[in-house]
Write a protein that binds this ligand. Structure first.
Ligand code: SAH
Ligand code: SF4
Ligand code: F3S
Length: 469
C-alpha cells in the first residue's frame, strides 16, 4: 500500500505521523444545508470527487474529507455551520491522534460570503470553496493535502457545469427516479433582504444543449421526474436548437419530448418573470406538474417596495388568477418574511389577507433576519424579535390550516402517483403526488418508477394514504 505523508503543524503531530490513504480508498462525507441548488451541487461535487478517488460515505467518523455545503440565507443557517465545525474539530483532533488525516472543507454560500474569515474562526478548516468554483475542487484538494490552507471564492470565468464531470449511470440509477437539474445560477434581482446575489453572483443561464444532454442522461438512468432549479429559474433563457431565443416555457416543452421523462417541475420563480409562454405551458403541457412555488414575501405594497420586489400585491393576485385560468387544479406554494424593517401591524394584516385570497397548498415562512451587506440590515426601523415571533405564529397557523385543508380536499379523489422509494414501514412504498405530497401505498401497488393511479383514503401529518384505483 502506498502511503502519503503530509505536513500539518496545526495538529501538533509530526509530519511523518500523519497518513492519508491512497486515492481509491479515500472517503468523503458531505453535509448539505440550504436550498435544492445546494443538494444538486453536493451531488456534482461528489461526482467530481469520485473521479479523484473519493467514495461517498454517510459515516463522518470514517471520512478522510468532510465537506459542509453551507447556506447563508438567514443568520441561523450560517451559525449552524460554526457549531458543526466545533464538533468536527474534535473529531479531527481524535483522528490526528490515531495518525490519520481528515481534511475539512466549507463550500456553498457561507464559503462565498465569509471566505478566509471561516478559517480564522475555525482553524480546523483546510479549504473554503465558493459555489461557482466546484470544478476546481480536485486541484484545490491536492493543494490542501500538501498542507496549504486554501480559499477559492473567485467567480470563475469558465462555466463550472461544463467542467464538472457527469456521474456514472450506475450512480444516477442509485439516486432514484426523481432528480434535480440546475438550469440557472445566481440572481440579479437584489431584493433588499437577500444575500443570494452576493453569494451566487449574477444571473447565468446554462445553454440548452447542456441541459438537454443532462436530462437525457437522467432519463436514460430511469429518472421519471426532473425539477429544474434556479434561484430565479423562470428568468432562464437561452438560444434554442432552432437558433431562436427560448424562455423556460419552450425549454419545458423540449424536455417533455425526452422518452421516459414523465414529469417536470421548476423552482424557484419570481412573480416578475412569469411570462405568457410559461403560463401557457401550464395549460398545454401535461408533463408539467400542477404545482407552483411562487414566493411573494409580503402582502403590503409598502413593504414590497422596501424589499425591492418590483411588483405590488395586486400584480401578484392578478398573476395567480391568470395561472389558475390556465390550469385550474394548480396548487400554489409561497415564501413569506415577517418583520421586515418598518413592517407595521397593518402591513402584516395585508400579508394575512393576501394569504387568505390566494389559499396556499403549502408555504414557507420566516422571521426577517438582517444579513450583513444587504440594504435591509442598514434600515432604521428594525422590528423587535417578540413582534416577529408573534406574527410568525399567526401566519404559520393560517398557512397550516390551508395546507391541511388542501390535503383533506384530496381524500376520495383518484390521482397519479410516481412510486419513488420503499416506505419507512415494511410492506409500504412511498410515491409522490402531482402536488409534491408523499403518498403512502401498499408495496405491491407498483414498482419504483411506475406512475400509478391511486385513490386517496386519508391524510397523514404531511402525507397522503392511498390504495390502487
Ligand atoms: N429566489 C427566491 C428566494 C430564495 S431564498 C425568490 O426570489 O423568491 C428563499 C426564501 O428565504 C425567500 O423566498 C425568503 O422568503 C427567505 N429569505 C431570504 N432572505 C431572508 C432573510 N434575510 N430573512 C428571512 N428570510 C429570508
Ligand atoms: Fe434573493 Fe430576491 Fe434574488 Fe430571490 S429574487 S434570490 S429573494 S434577491
Ligand atoms: Fe442558502 Fe445559498 Fe441556497 S444562501 S438558500 S444555499 S443559494
Amino acid at each position: 500500500m502506498e502511503l502519503n505523508t503530509i505536513e500539518r503543524d496545526d495538529l501538533g503531530a509530526a509530519a511523518e505521523d500523519l497518513v492519508v490513504p491512497p486515492a481509491a480508498t479515500r472517503k468523503v462525507f458531505v453535509k448539505t444545508y440550504g436550498c435544492q441548488m445546494n443538494v444538486y451541487d453536493s451531488q456534482r461535487m461528489t461526482d467530481a470527487l469520485a473521479i479523484d478517488g473519493y467514495a461517498a460515505t454517510d459515516a463522518i467518523g470514517e471520512a478522510d474529507l468532510v465537506l459542509l455545503n453551507t447556506c447563508h440565507i438567514r443568520e441561523k443557517a450560517a451559525e449552524k455551520v460554526y457549531s458543526e465545525l466545533g464538533r468536527i474539530r474534535e473529531l479531527k483532533a481524535e483522528r490526528a491522534k490515531a495518525g490519520r488525516e481528515m481534511l475539512v472543507g466549507v463550500a456553498g454560500c457561507v464559503a462565498q460570503a465569509e471566505g478566509a474569515e471561516i478559517i480564522r474562526r475555525s482553524p480546523a478548516v483546510d479549504l473554503v470553496i465558493g459555489p461557482q468554483t466546484y470544478h476546481r475542487l480536485p486541484a484545490v484538494l491536492a493543494k490542501a493535502r500538501s498542507g496549504e490552507k486554501i480559499v477559492e471564492t473567485d467567480y470563475a470565468v469558465e462555466d463550472k457545469f461544463e467542467h464538472l464531470p457527469q456521474p456514472k449511470r450506475a450512480e444516477l440509477i442509485r439516486r432514484g427516479v426523481t432528480a434535480f437539474l440546475t438550469v440557472q445560477e445566481g440572481c440579479d434581482k437584489f431584493c433588499t433582504f437577500c444575500v443570494v446575489p452576493y453569494t451566487r453572483g449574477s444571473e447565468v443561464s446554462r445553454p440548452v444543449a447542456q441541459i438537454v444532454a443532462e436530462a437525457e442522461r437522467l432519463a436514460d438512468a430511469g429518472v421519471r421526474e426532473v425539477t429544474l432549479l434556479g434561484q430565479n429559474v423562470n428568468a432562464w433563457h437561452g438560444r434554442g436548437e432552432d437558433s431562436e431565443e427560448w424562455g423556460l416555457g419552450r425549454l419545458l416543452f423540449r424536455l417533455a419530448e425526452i422518452p421516459g421523462l414523465a414529469r417536470l417541475r421548476y423552482t424557484t420563480s419570481h412573480p416578475r418573470d412569469m411570462d405568457d409562454e410559461l403560463i401557457a405551458a401550464h395549460r398545454d403541457l401535461p408533463a408539467l406538474m400542477p404545482y407552483l412555488h411562487l414566493p411573494v414575501q409580503s402582502g403590503s405594497d409598502r413593504i414590497l417596495k422596501a424589499m425591492n420586489r418590483r411588483h405590488m400585491a395586486k400584480d401578484y393576485l392578478t398573476l395567480i388568477d391568470r395561472i389558475r385560468a390556465a390550469r385550474n387544479d394548480i396548487a400554489l406554494s409561497g415564501d413569506f418574511i415577517v418583520g421586515f424593517p418598518g413592517e407595521t401591524e397593518a402591513d402584516f394584516e395585508a400579508t394575512m389577507q393576501l394569504v387568505k385570497d390566494v389559499n396556499y397548498a403549502s408555504a414557507f415562512s420566516f422571521k426577517y433576519s438582517p444579513r450583513p451587506g444587504t440594504p435591509g440590515a442598514e434600515m432604521n426601523d428594525q422590528v423587535p424579535e417578540a413582534v416577529k415571533d408573534e406574527r410568525l405564529q399567526r401566519l404559520q397557523a393560517l398557512l397550516l390550516k390551508q395546507q391541511r385543508h388542501f390535503g383533506a380536499s384530496l381524500v376520495g379523489r383518484t390521482i397519479d402517483t410516481l412510486v419513488e422509494k420503499p416506505g419507512r414501514q415494511a410492506g409500504q412504498k412511498v410515491g409522490r403526488s402531482p402536488w409534491l405530497q408523499p403518498v403512502i401505498v401498499d408495496e405491491k401497488a407498483g414498482e419504483i418508477g411506475d406512475i400509478i393511479q391511486v385513490r386517496i383514503t386519508k391524510t397523514g401529518y404531511n402525507s397522503l394514504f392511498a390504495e390502487l384505483a
